[in-house]
Design a binder for this molecule. Structure first.
Ligand SMILES: [Zn+2]
Length: 943
């Protein structure tokens, strides 16, 4: 059986118009007056606000939007109905089922299937209608406003003039309103936005309509099913196997352009389905339920040759490029793996019919290059291989050969540098040069982060959130849990993606306002250098080094007319004894100029003479940091080494605020790789990737104390949560947990965004005990993914001292690459521990303890600090050798030795509190003092 894709091309306009019906089918949820009437049931919503929203009907007419929809009539599946009618009938399941119009029947089914996350009945929990939108983790950050006014603005105008070409623009415009509108105003299902909700309905609807067009068969709503199609490459490997930042940025852009082309192919050129997920490895689409869809749907080319959908997708990916320049395209450097569900799913009932998205995400992706393509590249060649791509022969251009790269990689690199020069005077741009983002000691840091979403995307952990209160009749997931619906899963990865984008946005112009931008601050403007050249020709947009007095080398970029510094001037000024850089770069002065290749080898090119004094670039201050990746799961950014710890602290606080209610189930792993500036970027990226490989180790902890605290009662809220003290942190549960000799304190926000409503839905904890906890009120049973069987969950307010609970801790690791081979030491055993560094990774919560200990440790002189730690570690080695089993940590005699060493140091030991003394001895025995000393003094060079 084969299917002609040309049928989709013929039906394109009508298919894309019909798609609109699904996107807007619930647009009435944007009517302010209607939303306000929901709020009337909740005494906590401000009465004045309700009245204001209700009165908007006097100036805004929802009918204006309906009128636009009425004029849009898709001519598909023998329909005579307009979009307004299709949407209205389609969202009422009973009417939709009996409709004679297939478009309405399919929309009814798509709507119904997506409805799986609305566990609440129509009349249930009406008093929980709220004016806040929640995240899927129970954080309520926004109170939307003016939904109808916005809908009647650009979205209405664009829809009025609907055309297939305007589709993307229409969606962006709808998103700007729908993403701030409620799918449902009632807690706790106020976390799915109208946008998530509509996009899932649209995906299901479009794929089934495309199936009807392709197969010319309509099927009854109860038979309708779908499949997922993923198109994946080893994105991390591809992005990170580079030696310079411009290479990485070029690859990021190549991949993103390649995925955009695939998206356009599947959503518009041959309108088959909709993208529902994307990360660094690629997208996942909902597509028609057709077995062998990839190979049996075909289209005839001009020459008569037939191409399958698989060919078309691969071609679209291969055309992915930068600046729309086909000569720089990705081609077959990577060949994506296509995977189509082998079995269809119907979306309901959960969980057996849920889309199996996790199966797609957990597949191993091989690194694949097209061997035939490689062979043609190398036919008749005896050049060496390019040091950047490792695929093409170097050259043929002599300039590229000199740099040991192929023409394509050379050109991609140059483009990035050229683009960077273009933004120099814009005021808000990141750097793309390592030398630029070193600290005053010439060191930089790679920050890496990863959320473990596996249990969430598989659905188990979504079921640990309740939608309705458990009681003696209802203690099972089907009665009380949230369903892992498609829209909800989408909301989860959108939320972690947004989290990373807010930490360090990869979008142009957004860095200053992100966490990293605020922590790192801005650097002084670069210098512009005008000169005459006494050298062989320089290549525009390449970097060179000027040799200054005292052998100091200044990185500069040649833009064709002059040089721009791309180096940390503060750092270099600190090194120079004979004056500041700007005072040296004076008119008439002559300097040697050098070039270096990727291996760091330098060549002298001649010299330059300044034709005028070097001057700072106007409006040229910049953020000396660079986010490399901000995806749903992983994050990577380069920052000056001395800012890295503060960035980590801020990420931690953001995580505790926004994910604090579920952090026992949503671990975050952070790491920092520190390096001195000559360290090759590739080694640092390798080390960062190794850190991302660590697995979550959830285990059983004992509750040492648990207390409910309130700001109003004078309980002290840690300073980092102060901004929320009038919100979700006005009350909190403070739970201290212990495992072996490790302790951590979990601050759980007890309230919702309005600072009044108790959070009854999110902060649940798995008990280890299999016995039903009948002494508590709020508890139920659900699958514990770490234990692999059902377990009892209890609300955090009802934890008791002595409870054995499951906790998946967040962790933090760091490494200093004093040599590039140090990166091979970063690997983790099955317990998630570093094989040769017993203390690492640390719990993220240890950061505050370390800060406190360090503050105390500073009372010792620098020499004393080194002496104490050296004595402890030398003795450990003498007594226990390599101590792979970690016996020193539990050895009482050694502990006594650590105590005596600390007590005997030159400080007033007795003046320290007993608690601090005990903590110091424990940290010394474990080896943490050595880690602290390394981090604060050797790496960060704090005094
Ligand atoms: Zn290359």
């Amino acid at each position: 059986m084969s299917y002609d894709l040309n049928k989709l091309v013929t039906a394109q306009d009508n298919l894309l118009l019909a798609e609109v019906a699904a996107w807007v089918h619930d647009w009435q949820k944007c009517i302010d007056m209607k939303v306000a009437s929901d709020w009337n049931n909740n005494p906590n919503v401000n009465k004045v606000k309700i009245r204001n929203w209700q009165q908007r009907g006097t100036t805004l007419k929802p009918g204006d939007f309906a009128d636009v929809l009425e004029k849009l009539v898709p001519n598909l599946c023998v329909s005579g109905n307009n979009i307004k009618e299709i949407a209205e009938l389609g969202r009422q399941p009973s009417q939709a089922r009996s409709s004679s119009n297939h478009l309405i029947r399919v929309l009814g089914q798509s709507h119904d299937v997506s409805h799986v996350e609305k566990e609440l009945g129509d009349h249930e929990s009406k008093d929980q209608a709220t004016d806040w939108i929640a995240s899927p983790f129970g954080w309520e950050p926004i109170q939307p406003d003016n939904l109808l006014k916005r809908l009647l603005g650009e979205p209405k105008t664009l829809l009025k003039n609907f055309s297939a070409i305007a589709r993307k623009k229409i969606l962006v415009s709808l998103q700007s309103v729908f993403a701030e509108a409620w799918g449902d105003t009632r807690r706790p299902i106020n976390e799915v936005t109208l946008w998530d909700w509509s996009s899932i309905v649209a995906a299901l609807y479009k794929a089934e309509l495309a199936r009807c067009v392709l197969t010319t068969q309509q099927r009854s709503p109860s038979d309708v099913a779908w499949r997922l199609l993923s198109i994946r490459v080893d994105g991390l490997q591809y992005l990170l196997s580079v030696s310079r930042i411009p290479d990485l940025l070029a690859r990021r852009e190549l991949l993103s352009d390649a995925w955009n082309r695939v998206q356009t192919l599947i959503e518009e050129t041959y309108p088959l389905g909709l993208e529902v997920y994307r990360d660094e490895n690629g997208p996942v689409f909902v597509v028609p339920d057709i077995e062998n869809l990839l190979d049996e749907s075909q289209v005839a080319q001009d020459g008569g040759e037939r191409k399958t959908l698989r060919d078309l997708i691969r071609d679209a990916f291969a055309a992915g490029t930068v600046k729309n320049d086909s000569s720089l395209a990705i081609r077959h450097e990577r060949v994506p793996e296509l995977y189509l569900d082998d079995k269809p799913w119907k979306g309901q009932p959960a969980p057996q019919e849920l889309p199996p998205i996790v199966n797609h995400l957990k597949r191993d992706i091989r690194e694949t290059t097209d061997p035939q393509w490689l062979e043609t590249l190398w036919r008749g060649q005896n050049a060496e291989v390019c040091t950047v791509c490792g695929l093409r022969p170097q050259g043929p251009d002599p300039k590229a050969q000199e740099r040991k790269v192929c023409d394509t990689c050379e050109q991609r690199r140059t483009d990035r540098a050229q683009q960077w020069v273009g933004t120099l005077r814009c005021g808000d741009h990141p750097t793309i040069w390592i030398d630029d983002l070193t600290d005053i000691h010439g060191r930089y840091a790679l920050i890496v982060g990863a959320f473990d979403l596996s249990g969430w995307l598989a659905g188990d952990l979504v079921r640990t959130l309740v939608v309705r209160q458990p009681d003696n009749k209802n203690r099972t997931t089907d009665k009380v849990s949230k369903n892992p619906s498609f829209a909800r899963l989408r909301r989860i990865w959108e939320t972690t993606y947004a989290f990373w984008q807010q930490v360090g946005s990869t979008e142009p112009g957004m860095l200053s306002d992100a966490v990293i931008g605020r922590v790192v601050g801005r650097a002084e403007p670069r210098l512009e250098i005008k000169c005459s050249l006494n050298v062989q020709t320089l290549v525009p947009y390449h970097t060179y080094e000027l040799v200054l007095p005292e052998g100091i080398r200044l990185s500069v970029l040649w833009d064709g007319n002059g040089f721009v510094t791309c180096d940390n001037l503060t750092y270099l000024n600190g090194l120079m004894r004979s004056g500041k850089i700007q005072d040296i770069l004076k008119q008439g002065k002559t300097f040697l100029i050098e070039a270096s290749d990727d291996t760091g080898k330098r060549r002298q090119l001649g010299n330059i003479t300044l034709s005028q004094d070097a001057v700072p670039i106007a409006n040229g201050s910049f953020v000396p940091a660079l986010p490399l990746l901000a995806e749903p799961r992983v994050f990577m950014a380069l920052v000056p080494a001395d800012r890295a710890l503060e960035v980590i602290r801020q990420i931690k606080t953001k995580y505790e605020r926004e994910m604090g209610k579920v952090r026992n189930r949503l671990p975050l792993h952070l790491g920092v790789v520190f390096a001195p500036r000559p360290t090759p970027l590739r080694a640092v990226l390798d080390a960062g990737r190794a850190m991302l490989e660590r697995q979550t180790v959830a285990s059983v902890w004992e509750v040492l104390c648990c207390a409910q605290k309130m700001v109003s009662k004078g309980d002290s809220l840690p300073a980092r949560f102060q901004p929320d003290q009038a919100g979700q942190f006005a009350e909190w549960y403070e739970v201290t947990l212990q495992k072996d000799d490790q302790r951590l304190t979990w601050h759980i926000p007890a309230l919702m965004g309005d600072s009044q409503t108790e959070d009854l839905w999110y902060p649940y904890v798995f008990l280890d005990d299999q016995v039903e906890p009948t002494t508590r009120k709020r508890y139920f049973k659900s699958r514990n993914p770490w234990k692999g069987c059902d377990g009892w969950l209890v609300h955090a307010a009802e934890l008791q001292v002595g409870d054995q609970v499951w906790f998946a801790p967040a962790t933090f690791d760091f490494e200093f690459l004093d040599t590039t081979t140090r990166r091979f030491e970063i690997h983790y055993d099955t317990n998630g521990r570093r094989a040769n560094r017993h203390t690492r990774p640390f719990y993220l919560d240890d950061l505050e303890r370390f800060d406190r200990l360090w503050e105390v440790f500073l009372r010792l002189s620098t020499t004393q600090r080194h002496q104490v730690v050296r004595m402890i570690e030398a003795t450990r080695e003498e007594w226990f050798g390599q101590d792979h089993g970690g016996t020193s940590v539990t050895d009482q005699v050694f502990r006594q030795f650590v105590h005596d060493t600390l007590a005997g140091a030159e400080w007033d030991w007795k003046a320290l509190s007993q608690n601090i003394r005990a903590q110091l001895v424990a940290a010394g025995t474990k080896g943490e003092l050595a880690d602290l000393l390394e981090l604060r003094m050797e790496i960060l060079k704090e005094e």
